[in-house]
Design a protein around this ligand. Structure first.
Ligand SMILES: [Zn+2]
Length: 865
């Protein structure tokens, strides 16, 4: 699956409610083939189903247990060795299983289970569910992680791979899409219906099955002989060409990279009006949230184009990593998600080199380290049993941290050797399942490098190492680096539970500017270098660790013109963590920030802008605010003025991105009234004519205008939403602006809107989270959220959006708020967001500690400016 990128650290699909007991099936009955027939009734929001499952019994037994949830069994028969019995069915709601019992033991060997049943097309965006748009209903599946059992009785664990024959009887005029190529479409058999049948799938896990039913239309293409379609509701077909171009390039790229042809015959990619995750890699039938697939290339922002291309690449990469080779159990979900995340950048780097996706990857690494700096982080691999536990591990650790660790190892062994290891692993485990050990043993054997030791140390222990480096002079003018490793804790005084050591390829920037790497696998290492001089300890910026240098060295590195963009990003990011951890005072960071204020690299400026925003919100005393704002304006205002506002419309993506970042920094953090006024004029013009602004600049213009905006601008913005339902990017551009209006009356309006039926339930949690994140609406939103909690849980389905809300509470920065949040979740526990609650609490505590410790140094630094 894929999360929304902006919410990368958040969990995607969640279940809460009754704690569910561990429910692994006994390994005595193994499915080989499913024949499934579905007849959805969109009007009544129900469906009829027939399942015929070929199984093999390891021993004679008069009972068979499999998964089923929210399924009403009708007739159930077991056939074996020419005999046929009617089975009695007992269900266990807590375990989500059904047990069939027949009067005498079914013999060891093959048997067939035939089931007719009824199910519900629910409104909770999981299992087989109802989606609504354009005054009609659609039936769609989302089965990962544990919801295939809601669509059909199944052995619903990833290791039980089987082949699938799927057919559906649907309304005349509607189309059905499933995993296999359509093989027939015949009228009836019931009146007003037609039956669509699909080709048998290769062996695959149950969570990858898919059915999509409605008046979808598709744009056709092909790549390397594989047919590709991008599908949407009829009003949005015009927005599918960019996705098709990306998918075509990527499929060919992956065929070549993996050395294994795309295994699922055809590829459909479908935008679904209501969708809980970002996207889902169903074999051969990938489903998407509309705004993450459909863009108008003439006015889409560079962020939207990158996001669409990157998520498509993530999902297509899953067809190999996840669908062809699948983890044995959900504890190894990182083998799916981390690999798809790591892989997604590769076709993009070839397709759009100007996007510099390697720098986005470096920024993602910083994002993963931010989670790992918390005591409440988790190891990449951990035991999970219940659906709530399983769903909670689809997080920034499985996705971003794994991808960052893979990039480090790939850089260390070399891209060609690493690719050979990957190819060898995929070939060996095709159409089967694997565990973490299978991957690292294979890559270690192929590359001859200690990849097994490195991966094991990063996969099985929580947190990230910090390498503290002290340079000293040896004899003959040569130098020595004394390197110490320990677990990094992002809050002062947060001691790790015990000593931890990783096996790390540590790369130092040598005199010639190139990385010099040593595998460090003990707490201390001495590195001899030719010069008696400090050496940046994350050369090329690929290491999954933080580096600590003396303040003098950090200031010197920041002046070093030889540092590459990724290295500058890592230096800046790591130094911020030294401040947060209480290892350095904030003036070191601010000196580096001053040096980097003129940096030409967008991702460096973005990182800087993010931290300067945090500092402005959480650390600057009210009496210092004018000084801080003036400092921001003095250092970034001239650059914005030079770029112009709105500037040259023919400017490329990079300049437009920088203009947007500087506009937010100067207009919002710097509180520049003239810039706000200009943004307001441009916003009014934009609302009249969206083509008046570049798509990349427009969202920021709207935000800056909103910050200084009045009720009239708010009404104008809100009024536009209804007319934008067929243009997702334009719709969400306005939608995401609403939380930026500071007027408390308007916050209340946005809150009412968030809780109303005008907002799709897929978007409710995100909107509330965005209101919590803004300092001006935080308290009011938290109060309204607590007051409406039972309704929120009920409306947004108890499993989606909640983690976004929980994570956003980490934006608070006072001991009193921490106590409130703790108290609330103590009395309203959310099992699948338990770790998210701990993370939020720890972020609040860390912010309080930061404000206490750095308030005075910040004030003193500002006084010196
Ligand atoms: Zn994924």
């Amino acid at each position: 699956m894929s999360a929304v990128k902006a919410l990368a650290s958040l969990v995607i699909v969640l279940l809460i409610g009754m704690p569910v007991a561990a429910q692994r099936l006994a390994d005595t009955v193994v499915p080989e083939h499913y024949s499934l027939w579905f007849a959805p009734d969109l009007e009544k929001e129900t469906f009829r189903g027939r399942a015929s499952i070929d199984v093999v019994l390891a021993e004679a037994s008069s009972t068979v247990t499999f998964h089923a949830a929210d399924i009403d069994f009708e007739e159930v028969m077991i056939t074996s060795a020419g005999r046929r019995w009617t089975a009695r069915v007992t269900t266990d709601e807590a375990a989500q299983t059904a047990t069939l019992t027949v009067p005498e033991p079914v013999a060891e060997g093959r048997a067939t289970i035939d089931i007719t049943y009824k199910g519900r097309l629910n409104d909770k965006l999981r299992g087989f569910y109802i989606s609504k748009a354009n005054g009609r209903k659609y039936a769609v599946t989302q089965l990962e992680a544990t919801d295939a059992r809601r669509a059909f009785p199944s052995f619903d664990e990833p290791a039980y791979k089987a082949t699938f024959d799927i057919s559906v009887m649907i309304d005349v005029g509607d189309r059905a899409i499933s995993n296999g190529q359509q093989t027939s479409d015949t009228p009836g058999p019931e009146a007003g219906k037609h039956t669509v049948t699909f080709a048998r799938t290769p062996k695959m896990s149950t969570y990858l099955a898919a059915m999509i039913v409605g008046d979808f239309v598709c744009r056709d293409g092909a790549s390397d002989g594989t047919p590709i379609r991008i599908c949407s509701t009829p009003d949005k077909l015009g927005l599918t060409s960019f996705a098709l171009e990306a998918a075509q390039q990527q499929l060919a790229f992956f065929n070549e990279y993996f050395g294994i042809r795309y295994p699922f015959g055809k590829l459909d990619v479908i935008a679904v009006p209501d969708f809980s995750a970002g996207a889902m890699e169903n074999a051969g039938a990938i489903t998407f949230r509309e705004r993450l697939l459909l863009v108008d290339p003439t006015n889409a922002s560079v962020e939207a184009r990158k996001q669409v291309a990157s998520i498509i690449a993530h999902e297509i990469a899953h067809q190999w990593f996840g669908n062809l080779v699948t983890m044995k159990w959900w504890d190894d979900i990182w083998l799916n998600e981390g690999f798809a995340t790591w892989m997604a950048s590769k076709p993009l780097a070839e397709w759009r080199p100007e996007w510099k996706v390697d720098l986005d990857d470096a920024a993602d690494t910083q994002g993963a380290l931010a989670i790992d700096a918390l005591r409440s982080t988790r190891p990449i691999r951990m035991t999970v049993e219940t659906p709530a536990e399983i769903n909670e591990v689809f997080d920034g650790i499985a996705y971003q941290k794994t991808a960052a660790v893979l990039r480090m190892i790939e850089a260390y062994v070399g891209p060609d050797a690493f690719r050979q290891g990957v190819q060898s692993y995929l070939k060996r485990f095709s159409y089967a399942n694997a565990a973490g050990e299978d991957f690292w043993n294979e890559v270690a054997a192929v590359t001859g490098k200690p990849v097994d030791g490195i991966l094991r140390s990063f996969v099985d222990q929580a947190g990230a190492p910090v390498l503290s480096v002290q340079a000293s002079c040896g004899s003959n003018g040569a130098g020595e680096l004394d390197v110490r490793m320990e677990r990094f804790m992002g809050t002062p005084g947060a001691a790790p539970s015990g000593p931890q050591v990783w096996t790390v390829p540590a790369c130092f920037k040598a005199e010639d500017g190139r990385p010099r790497c040593e595998v460090m696998d003990r707490p201390q290492l001495t590195v001899r270098v030719s010069r008696c001089q400090a050496s940046f300890a994350n050369a090329a910026g690929r290491g999954y660790y933080l580096s600590e240098h003396s303040p003098e060295s950090v200031r010197a590195f920041s002046m070093d013109r030889g540092l590459e963009p990724a290295e500058r990003l890592r230096l800046l990011g790591d130094e911020w963590w030294m401040v947060r951890a209480g290892r350095h005072d904030i003036d070191v960071y601010l000196d580096v920030a001053t040096t980097f204020a003129g940096d030409e690299t967008t991702v460096v400026i973005d990182s800087l802008a993010g931290r300067l925003t945090n500092i402005g919100e959480d650390l600057v005393a009210a009496s210092d605010r004018p000084k801080y704002e003036a400092w921001i304006r003095a250092h970034f205002g001239p650059r914005l003025a030079a770029l112009g506002l709105p500037g040259d419309p023919s400017d490329g993506d990079e300049r437009q991105s920088q203009r947007a970042t500087l506009l937010a920094l100067v207009g919002i953090v710097g509180n520049d009234q003239a810039v706000q006024k200009r943004a307001r004029e441009l916003a009014v013009e934009y609302l009249r004519s969206p083509s008046s602004l570049s798509g990349t600049l427009a969202p920021t213009v709207l935000r800056v205008a909103a910050v200084a905006g009045d009720r009239a601008l708010y009404e104008q913005s809100l009024a536009q939403l209804d007319g934008l339902s067929a243009q997702p990017e334009l719709y969400y551009r306005i939608f995401n602006t609403l939380p930026w209006f500071r007027d408390p009356v308007l916050t209340k309006r946005t809150l009412d809107f968030a809780f109303s039926s005008a907002v799709r339930t897929q978007d409710t949690g995100g909107l509330i989270a965005n209101l919590v994140v803004q300092p001006w609406s935080r308290a009011a939103t938290w109060e309204a959220t607590r007051a409406n909690w039972p309704d929120i849980l009920k409306t947004i389905g108890e499993f989606q959006g909640i983690p976004a809300i929980v994570e956003s509470l980490g934006a608070f920065c006072s001991a009193a708020s921490a106590a409130e949040v703790r108290e609330f979740f103590d009395s309203n526990p959310v099992p699948s967001s338990e770790r998210a609650v701990r993370r939020a609490l720890e972020r609040i505590e860390s912010c309080v500690a930061l404000a206490e410790r750095q308030g005075k140094p910040l004030s003193a630094w500002l006084a010196r400016q």
